[in-house]
Ligand binder design. Structure first.
Ligand SMILES: [Zn+2]
Length: 413
């Protein structure tokens, strides 16, 4: 396959990209197609590596309204509703909804997904469904599964055993939720326990960490210190870290030093964080988001996730990462022209770092030929006008194609 006239990675220069045997073989202007080679005319549009969904819960998606709607919109009502809904989980139910979600993601240019999966259910139904599904769809999308102890690994007495079982069944990543444990001390102990497990079983780490507007919720420093001391920082991620939006600046400055030394990753979920954050405030009302701009400026890796699509936490969402970026740049004041042009990195290269797949990711000769063609001359226009992913290409094969809708105006001017 030869893709002509594209701005690779949103760069100003136009070039061509050739693919052979599922890998990028040449990147240079004026390439000539081989006889019979498929040619895609990029028409001066942007070619990026596929979008990375750094944080989603495939087991809970598309359950909005089941068994009832989260009318208060709070995290705590959401968790209660999920407690009821998960009683009814079957493998088939999980697989059907996860597949429907994956179709939405692929349509919007995603090929790499990190999905948390709730392991509080002693039957581990959702985990088994998603382990099967991961294998079934691996030619089209990569799925990393995170064992997520929704009720707290120390708070729910069965959870430690379930975590070990989930690891043995094949999860890629160890999750956690230290700020939801009974006490501050339990939160810290859960972090130590889980990072020890990750080291013992050679797994990545991604915890829901300090997803609360409480400036006293400081599990992130414990996780970062553990990651640093164990030398596993690039394999460790803190998701949400929204308490950071409430920390004082002196403490944040000290924390940033530790985060930087640890080399760990932060995932922000701008849509869901804004929706669930600030719920206990009257006015002034906090934004409920981590410090995306400051972390990025400090050289700490931040990527974005959707977290929830049409479920008990978030009634909206359709798999489009442009919505996530749009919310992130507005809420955290990343609205400078160059910040907007660069904002694709939150859902591409930064996401690949979070998922620890950077070796196999990116548009470069020799790497797997995974890429997306956006219907825009640069990322600013793609974001601003919600442009389509025209082609989602995996190992040199088109796995999704979108024809833009056309509007005809009858205004007389
Ligand atoms: Zn989550």
């Amino acid at each position: 396959m030869l893709i002509k006239n594209v701005h690779v990675d949103n760069q100003a220069a136009l070039t061509d990209v050739q693919i052979k045997d599922g890998h990028f073989s040449k990147i240079a202007p004026n390439l000539v197609p081989d006889a019979g080679e498929q040619v895609i005319d990029g028409q001066g549009k942007v070619l990026l590596p596929p979008f990375v969904e750094s944080h989603i819960h495939l087991d809970t998606q598309l359950t909005a309204g089941q068994p009832r709607w989260n009318e208060s919109g709070t995290l705590f009502e959401g968790i209660r509703i999920w407690g009821e809904r998960r009683q009814e989980l079957t493998k088939q139910d999980v697989k059907q909804r996860a597949l429907a979600t994956i179709r939405l993601l692929v349509k919007h240019g995603i090929q790499h997904i990190r999905s948390h999966v709730d392991i509080s259910d002693p039957r581990l139904t959702a985990l088994q469904a998603l382990l099967e599904l991961k294998e079934e769809v691996k030619d089209q999308v990569d799925i990393q599964l995170v064992a997520f102890p929704q009720d707290g690994v120390l708070t729910n007495l069965q959870e430690k055993g379930l975590m070990e079982q989930a690891i043995k069944e094949g999860v890629d990543v160890i999750g956690g939720i230290p700020h939801m444990e009974f006490t501050t001390e339990d939160g810290w102990e859960s972090v130590h326990y889980l990072t020890r497990l990750a080291e013992r079983y050679d797994r990545l780490v991604d915890m829901h960490c300090d997803e609360i507007d409480d400036p006293a919720s400081r599990n992130l420093e414990v996780l970062a210190a553990d990651a640093y001391k164990r030398g596993i920082g690039d394999r460790v991620t803190a998701s949400h870290a929204t308490a950071m939006g409430s920390y004082n600046d002196a403490y944040a400055s000290k924390l940033f030093g530790l985060l930087k030394r640890s080399g760990m990753n932060i995932v922000a979920n701008p849509l869901v964080n804004v929706h669930l954050g600030g719920r206990f405030d009257t006015y002034p009302k906090r934004r409920g988001l981590t410090r995306i701009k400051d972390l990025t400026a400090a050289g700490i890796n931040v990527s974005f996730g959707e977290d929830d699509i049409q479920d008990f936490m978030n009634p909206l969402g359709d798999g489009n990462m442009l919505d996530v970026i749009m919310m992130g740049v507005y809420v955290d004041h990343l609205m400078g022209y160059h910040q907007l042009q660069d904002s694709f990195k939150f859902v591409t290269y930064n996401g690949a770092r979070t998922l620890h797949i950077q070796d196999q990711y990116g548009i470069a000769v020799g790497k797997p030929a995974n890429c997306i063609l956006l219907n825009a001359p640069d990322f600013y226009h793609a974001l601003n006008e919600h442009r389509e992913v025209l082609y989602n290409i995996r190992h040199g094969k088109v796995i999704a194609e979108t024809r833009p809708a056309k509007t005809q105006l009858y205004l007389g001017f």
